[in-house]
Design a protein around this ligand. Sequence first.
Ligand SMILES: *Cc1c(COP(=O)(O)O)cnc(C)c1O
Ligand code: SF4
Length: 524
Amino acid sequence: MIQAKETAVDALTKDFLDKLAGGGAPSTEQRETVMRLYALAREAAGTAAIVAFFAALREMKRASGLGYEAFGLTREALVDIARLHAERDEHGVSVGGRVGRAYDVLEAANDRVETYLAQQEAVPDGEALWESMQQNAARIRSVLGMSDDDWNSFSGQLRHAINDVETLAKCVELPQATIREVTRVTEKYRMRLTPYYASLIMPGVVNDPVLLQAVPTAEMVDNMGVELPPVASDHSPARLIDQFYPRVVAVKVTNMCAMYCTHCLRIAHIGKADRVFPREAYTEALNYIRSNPRIRDVLITGGDAFMLPNETLGWLLEQLDNIPHVQMKRLGTRVPVTTPQRVDDALLGILAASNDKSPVRVVTQVNTAQELTPVSRAAFKAISGQVSAILNQAVLLRGINDSRPKMWKLCETLHASYIRPYYVFNCSYRNPQYTHMRVPVEKGRDIIESMYGNISGDAIPRYIAAAGGKIPLHRSNVMGRAEDGGLRLRKPWNGEETVYPDADTDLYADDDHFAFARTEGEDT
Ligand SMILES: *Cc1c(COP(=O)(O)O)cnc(C)c1O
Ligand code: SF4
């Protein structure tokens, strides 16, 4: 074999080989490992065996202080192999780059997610809890006397919805003190859970996150105080319409939900008896949209859009699809999480037909990975095949999703369930009833920002305060100007600063000498 010259390798590799240099006294086992990998590195095609060999040398040096001379290897021999690597790699990456640098960089990055990976098992998703949930379901079904058809249909789930403490206590194991408390509260607040959603509550868990979302606690009565008027009163230019922005409107098409959330922003609106709105109300709302050509995006919300009968939902979408300036629709619903039985072929057909005209997005609300069961995941998968996107708006809630592992797990599970995490709301100040569930803004920032660089970018939600419109709460990562005029940027994942050269403002302002304008009129 021809001895390679040092000039044949790049600076990173030279540097790497310097670090690997040295002698020592390896054990027989260590010697055999290195020599076996060395033989493989010389003989095997590809780059993997070469990388494995250099990675082993790196580890020998790091863990035992053994340099390559300890194994009878020469620098020339290593250079020969390193050259093979750079020749074979499609992007010309050298061994010094790959094992000398990338391994270090990746190890540091891996350390950042170590805590999450160690803790995420303690935050089970609905898949991991599915067996227990099915046991809960069997118990609840027999208590409520539900047939298979009842359980598997939306109407059956609604007909058997749990509205009172006595029934709840038969379905879900609750301590006596809790039962007394809930009795007192439900005199003031409406409670409703579908039997399916109740089956997601884990018995024996004091503050089970699904229980907390569905069953009102005494704090809700104790916290009652001066109610702020609903935001809607400042922002409702027409019947059923909420309008914060010139080009997006929300139409509150129903006050019904399949279950009522303890943290509901519209608590005053939905807390009362279920109401079916007259056609005339929808017509007035549609007329408002029709006569305002600025409006391009219409949210059908409530309550819950999927509480509408198929016929009404289909009609509304058709009406919107016939308004030329309406370019897209959104449907706000928690039903695929709380009652996935609703998602059947008829509904999917309605979504598909409207999405064919212009994009339909389904905006849902999942607050914990626990709510993403095999059944709700299947519902979201089916929906995702018919619409342009499924987006999630979570609410940051104490004891429910207010830690890094819980929120990371939620976002990753959503992402894997065909849903894009869109917003995380800081729980509103508007309703004193749920003051006890609020989480400080700063805590939410820590949680959301910790995701940057650690989970996929399209699984990271925006953190929002709702205050007559949605206000982003993210911290800026622009720390100021460096001496050379560049911007000092902070990497959110490790706090490191880097200088980012900005575009030249003079060059940017000079339209006369931009692109084809430079030669305009030259040869006429
Ligand atoms: C949330 C909301 C919107 C939509 O806001 P986006 O930032 O576009 O998601 C529009 N109108 C009302 C009344 C809303 O509550
Ligand atoms: S689904 Fe939405 S509107 Fe209905 S109770 Fe829950 S938060 Fe309120």
